[in-house]
Each structure stands twice: as structure tokens, then as C-alpha cells.
Design a protein around this ligand. Structure first.
Ligand SMILES: C[S@@+](CC[C@H](N)C(=O)[O-])C[C@H]1O[C@@H](n2cnc3c(N)ncnc32)[C@H](O)[C@@H]1O
Ligand code: SF4
Length: 306
């Protein structure tokens, strides 16, 4: 990580210790459009029809990027829907990445299902991988695994690509296969494991299933598989109710109808009581000054390509 990056993050962290509520990460859900209908998708299971306006314009996005940069955010993360499919009056997703970099964000990333096109201007790309071929495609749709792997091998992206797996009923027994797939793919830096955060509820895991999965992941990490969850972050994945502990201000959100949230848009909903997002644990640890988590996370997620 560049020295300038480190100083910027250090400044944020010291401010945070003294009670500053400046955000570190700006997460932008830029639209709900998607070419897939994954079984566990919280966005599609919530019924986007009832959510009002479903896309942010170029100006809304760039205004938000500037506003949150002014408040202190230095990491911008684009989400959807499928962010790579976003377009607005001649602008495409690559223009959003460029705008974020031009504004000064140190680290720009996005999560993608990997079936469309990789935009290579970002620092980090997170690809969703929910199992070996058959299981991934049972969850994400036929042909998705092969298309994702084809796009990963074809890209000349020079930043860090990591896999994001969401553990749920269908893939709970396939953790090691995914860890092996990632370890054997030279373009993938590692995998971060999450539990499904309901909705949908019918494929959520029991507490016992989660504890067994965490034990399995800990063993794999110990054996040297590229598990990106920090050691302490993994332990905290077993704690389900984050409604009182969520480190809300670390990340701010904008959603497609233009609403801003200081913290998770799901806060104070029943989902908080079964939160499975690994990032929430890592943000919590970073905010509390866990040196090991800060160094584990920053080497992958906070570095810029330059
Ligand atoms: C909403 S998607 C948007 C980006 C892109 N369409 C994709 O699938 O990677 C972002 C990430 O959230 C995960 N996700 C979706 N629904 C979830 C849920 N109910 N609980 C936890 N993670 C979820 C997806 O698997 C994906 O890795
Ligand atoms: S690809 Fe992403 S946004 Fe689309 S349905 Fe799957 S998880 Fe949801």
C-alpha cells in the first residue's frame, strides 16, 4: 500500500477513535437492473418493483461521490443490481470508475456476477462465486460459472480480484471446493466468506450450521488456503445479532431512489438480527483498532493500483 494511502486511512482511524463520524467507505447501489436472478439475492427477493426509482443518473452518482469525499470517504464501492450493466445517456460504468478516481478516491472497487464485461479502471474487483460449477449454477443460473471463469482468465485487469461466497443451504457443504478453486486460480487473490442475510428466509442457515462452517473455514485458513476473512472476523461471524453493534458510520450508502444512509440501509430491520455480512465484522474490528485486522484487510481491500 502506498504511504499516502496509509496516512489517509490512519487519519480517518485516529479521528474515529476521537468520536468523528466521518465515513471511510462510500457504497453506491447504482441501479437494480440485473441479468441474473440468484436464489439468495436480497435485492430481488425484496421485490424491486415496490422500491420506487431503480437507477441513479450520472449526475446523482458523481454528486454523491463528491459529497461523501468531502465528508472524508476515501474508498468507493459500486454495487447493484449488476453494476457493469449500468448506463446513462452515453455514459457507461467505466465512466463512473473514472469519475471516482478523478475525484480522489484512493481505492475504487465493485462487485460483479462476472458474466458481462470486466471494467479494468478500478483497483479491486469482487466476483461472486457461490460453489463449484453445479452448485454455483443452481444458485446463480445455468452457464454462470463457466462464463465467470472465462472472463477472469481473459481479463488483463492489474488490480486485485477476490471471490465473495455467500453461504446458504445449497452450498454449505462446498466450502473447501471453492477455497481450492480460488487457490488454484492465479488471478484470484482470495475468497471472503459470508452467510446469507435474510431475506430470503427459507435458505438461511441455523446457528449450528454457521458454527460448523466457521470451524471449517478456520481450518482451511490455518492450512494456508487464501481465506480473506481475518481470524477475529471469522469468529465474529458466529454472532448473529448486529443491530446494536453495527459500526454504522464506517460506510455510507446511496440507493437507486437517491436516499442516503449513514450506515447499512437494513439497519433496524429484522435482517440485522441475522446479519451474515463479513464486511460488517471487519469494519467493526477496524474501528476498534485491531492491528491484525487492519493489516490483513488493507493489503487487499484498501490498496490502490498505483
Ligand atoms: C447484490 S450483489 C450485486 C453485485 C453483483 N450483481 C453480484 O452478484 O456480484 C453483491 C453481493 O451481495 C451478495 N448477496 C446478495 N444477496 C445476499 C444476501 N441475502 N445475503 C448476503 N449476501 C447477499 C451477492 O452474492 C453478491 O456477492
Ligand atoms: S447477480 Fe447479483 S444482483 Fe443479480 S440477482 Fe445475483 S446477487 Fe442479485
Amino acid at each position: 500500500m502506498a504511504v499516502g494511502d496509509m496516512l489517509g486511512y490512519g487519519k480517518w482511524w485516529i479521528g474515529s477513535l476521537f468520536g468523528s463520524k466521518a465515513p471511510l467507505v462510500n457504497t453506491l447501489i447504482i441501479h437494480y437492473e440485473c441479468n441474473l436472478r440468484c436464489k439468495h439475492c436480497s435485492i430481488h427477493s425484496s421485490g424491486i418493483e415496490g422500491m420506487g426509482k431503480s437507477k441513479l443518473s450520472y449526475e446523482e452518482i458523481t454528486d454523491d461521490l463528491k459529497y461523501q469525499f468531502g465528508r472524508g470517504a476515501r474508498i468507493a464501492y459500486f454495487e447493484g443490481g449488476e453494476p457493469t450493466m449500468w448506463s446513462d445517456r452515453g455514459k457507461d460504468f467505466g465512466d463512473l470508475i473514472k469519475a471516482a478516481k478523478d475525484i480522489g478516491y484512493k481505492n475504487v472497487g465493485y462487485t460483479t456476477n462476472g458474466t458481462t464485461k470486466f471494467f479494468t479502471g478500478s483497483d479491486v474487483i469482487s466476483v461472486s462465486l457461490d460453489g463449484p460449477r453445479e452448485i454455483n449454477d443452481l444458485i446463480r443460473g445455468e452457464g454462470v460459472f463457466d462464463k465467470l471463469m472465462e472472463n477472469i482468465s481473459a481479463t488483463d485487469f492489474s488490480g486485485s480480484i477476490y471471490a465473495n461466497m455467500v453461504l446458504q443451504k445449497d452450498n454449505i457443504d462446498h466450502i473447501e471446493e471453492v477455497a481450492s478453486t480460488v487457490r488454484d486460480n492465479k488471478k484470484l487473490a482470495g475468497v471472503i466468506f459470508n452467510f446469507i442475510t435474510p431475506p430470503p428466509y427459507d435458505i438461511a442457515l441455523t446457528h449450528e450450521e454457521k458454527k460448523a462452517a466457521i470451524e471449517k473455514i478456520r481450518e482451511l485458513k490455518k492450512k494456508g488456503y487464501p481465506v480473506l476473512n481475518s481470524k477475529r472476523g471469522l469468529e465474529l461471524l458466529a454472532e448473529e445479532d448486529w443491530s446494536k453493534k453495527c459500526p454504522y458510520h464506517v460506510t455510507v450508502f446511496i440507493v437507486p431512489d437517491g436516499s442516503h444512509f449513514d450506515g447499512c440501509p437494513m439497519q433496524n430491520t429484522p435482517s440485522c438480527k441475522q446479519c451474515g455480512f463479513a464486511a460488517v465484522r471487519e469494519y467493526y474490528l477496524i474501528k476498534r483498532g485491531s492491528v491484525s485486522t487492519i493489516s490483513e484487510m488493507s493489503s487487499i481491500f484498501a490498496m490502490s493500483k498505483k
